[in-house]
Each structure stands twice: as structure tokens, then as C-alpha cells.
Write a protein that binds this ligand. Structure first.
Ligand SMILES: Cc1cc2nc3c(=O)[nH]c(=O)nc-3n(C[C@H](O)[C@H](O)[C@H](O)COP(=O)(O)O)c2cc1C
Length: 284
């Protein structure tokens, strides 16, 4: 992985932040040729469209340049009121602006350290926010550090299990970077519809599709899927193979000639639908 630069963005501005410490720990054991930097978002003003009329503030432009030059981003945010911090959302909002947004198709991974749930809810929100911006977000592992106070001493991570999860997450991020380098970005006009009544399996499938840089919509039942297909812009359909035969047939009929896959292993749904869409585009 020569010449690979990854950056970290922490949602906490606190000098002794567990989340910033988590980023430092994530970057401790990078393979040779991979460098890192932790971005500073403490001087990013609250977004105000008036401030973007005659060019954006210098601090925002500097952050956009840093993100553009990075091959991948690790986001780590505390959970504030079940969501990401205002600082993190504000930075992403500034980064998302314009047709030249540096977030587009950017490989990324999400981690977080906090209270009892280990930032589970805020990570879900962050994944949605970033998926809207077409980042290719590592599906697994989702590094969720609960009881952060006990896992850091003087700004150092002291939990080997978390450390090995971070190593797996970084490995996977480097794989996603490698794929992004060798794959043409697909500009889809709609989302991928994931249909499945088993919440964990459908969630896993959706994460694997987001890892390919696509947006997703979810439907639990065939009737919801058919309604979504008739009303929303859908670029492809991934149906859980565990659904009953009638439900699968109903979705298939509603999907008309859209790229369509039935997944057995939820983790493979992303690759399968991406390949089906590319095949469909090639054959048109
Ligand atoms: C306004 C506010 C809301 C919070 N809401 C939550 C929450 O919903 N869930 C949670 O686990 N922790 C919550 N916390 C606690 C933070 O997650 C905790 O302070 C965390 O360690 C901060 O991360 P940091 O060390 O990176 O700054 C909240 C803290 C603040 C200041």
C-alpha cells in the first residue's frame, strides 16, 4: 500500500477526548507506506450559507483540501443525545457542498467511544449521513467502545480487544481504498432497495452495499417494496433469499427490468448488486 494517506476526523473538540485517542490508537500500527494525519475541525464555523457566497472560509477550504488529498477517512465521534456531535455534523455539511465535494466515493470507516452502547446509535446516524454523500464505508467491524472511561489511561487505549478490532477495521479500509482505486465510480440515479424482514441480515446487506458507495433504502415486506419501487428512484434491488417465494416473486415483478439479486450471504449483497448493475450498464 505505498503512497496511501489516511486522515482521522474526531467529532469531539475536547483536549482529552476518548474519540481522538481512539483515532490515535487506530493509526498506531499502519502498514509500511501508509501515513496518517488527524484533522483539526475546532476552527470550522457553524455553517451559514451567507458565508459561502463569495467563497468558503479559509478553515473550511483547508479541511476540504485535506480530505480531497486523503485516500481514506476514519471518523470517530462521541454520541450526543443519540446522534453525532454538532461539530461532526457541521464539518460534514461543509464538506458535502458543491459538485466537487471531496467526500464523493471516498473510502471511510466509522468508530466511536462513549457510554453504555458504545456510540451505536450515533454510528448509525453517521453511516446514513455519510452514505447520503456516497462514501464507501467499511461494513465491518463496527468499532463501538463502551465504557470509554475504563479503556483509556492518560490518553492511551489500554484494551487489546479494541486494538485488534481497530487493526481489522484499518485492514478493511485499505481493501476498500484498493478497490476504489481500480474501480470506475458508478453514478447511480437512485438507491438500491434492500428487501428483507430479518433486521440484522437486511442491515448487514445494506452496509455491504454502502461499502460499494451506493445509497440504500429498506423495505421489510414485499408490499412496501412494491410501493417504494413505484414511487422512488431505484437503481437496483437486493432481496433476502430467506424471504418466502410469493414475496420474492412480488418484488421481482415490481422491479420490472431493474438489476436484481437475491442474496444468501448478506455480506456479499454489495458485491452482487454492484456487479449486476455494471453488467446491466455494459449490456445496454
Ligand atoms: C450534550 C451531551 C449529550 C450526550 N449524550 C450521550 C448519549 O446520548 N449517549 C452516550 O453514550 N453518551 C452521551 N454523552 C456522553 C459522551 O458520549 C461522553 O462524554 C464521551 O466521552 C465524550 O466523548 P469524548 O471523550 O471524545 O469527548 C453526552 C454528552 C454530552 C456533552
Amino acid at each position: 500500500m505505498a503512497n496511501t494517506h489516511v486522515i482521522g476526523i474526531s467529532g469531539s473538540l475536547r483536549s482529552e477526548s476518548y474519540n481522538t485517542a481512539l483515532l490515535r490508537a487506530a493509526f498506531e500500527r499502519l502498514p509500511e507506506g501508509v501515513t496518517f494525519e488527524i484533522a483539526n475541525i475546532s476552527d470550522i464555523a457553524l455553517y451559514n450559507a451567507d458565508d459561502a457566497v463569495d467563497g468558503r472560509p479559509a478553515s473550511v477550504e483547508a479541511l476540504r483540501t485535506l480530505v480531497r488529498s486523503a485516500d481514506g477517512i476514519v471518523f470517530a465521534s462521541p454520541e450526543y443525545n443519540w446522534s453525532v456531535t454538532g461539530a461532526m455534523k457541521n464539518a460534514v455539511d461543509w464538506l458535502s457542498l458543491g459538485p466537487d465535494s471531496p467526500l464523493d466515493f471516498k473510502p471511510a470507516a466509522i468508530a466511536g467511544a462513549g457510554g453504555g452502547s458504545g456510540t451505536a446509535r450515533s454510528q448509525e446516524h453517521l453511516r446514513d449521513i455519510l452514505a447520503h454523500n456516497n462514501l464507501c464505508i467499511v461494513a465491518d467491524p463496527q468499532v463501538m467502545v463502551s465504557g470509554a472511561r475504563e479503556r483509556f489511561v492518560a490518553g492511551e487505549l489500554v484494551d487489546d480487544d479494541v486494538r485488534s478490532e481497530l487493526v481489522s477495521m484499518l485492514d478493511r479500509l485499505l481493501d476498500v481504498i484498493e478497490r476504489a482505486r481500480s474501480t470506475e465510480r458508478l453514478a447511480l440515479r437512485g438507491s438500491i432497495l434492500v428487501v428483507g424482514s430479518d433486521e440484522p441480515r437486511a442491515g448487514e446487506a445494506a452496509r455491504s452495499i454502502v461499502e460499494m458507495g451506493h445509497r440504500t433504502l429498506r423495505a421489510i415486506a414485499a408490499v412496501d417494496a412494491v410501493r417504494i419501487l413505484s414511487r422512488r428512484a431505484i437503481a437496483g434491488v437486493a432481496v433476502d433469499g430467506h424471504l418466502n417465494k410469493e414475496a420474492k416473486q412480488a418484488v421481482r415483478a415490481g422491479a420490472d427490468r431493474l438489476p436484481f439479486v437475491e442474496f444468501d450471504a448478506a455480506t456479499e449483497a454489495g458485491r452482487a448488486i454492484d456487479a449486476a448493475i455494471r453488467f446491466d450498464m455494459g449490456s445496454q
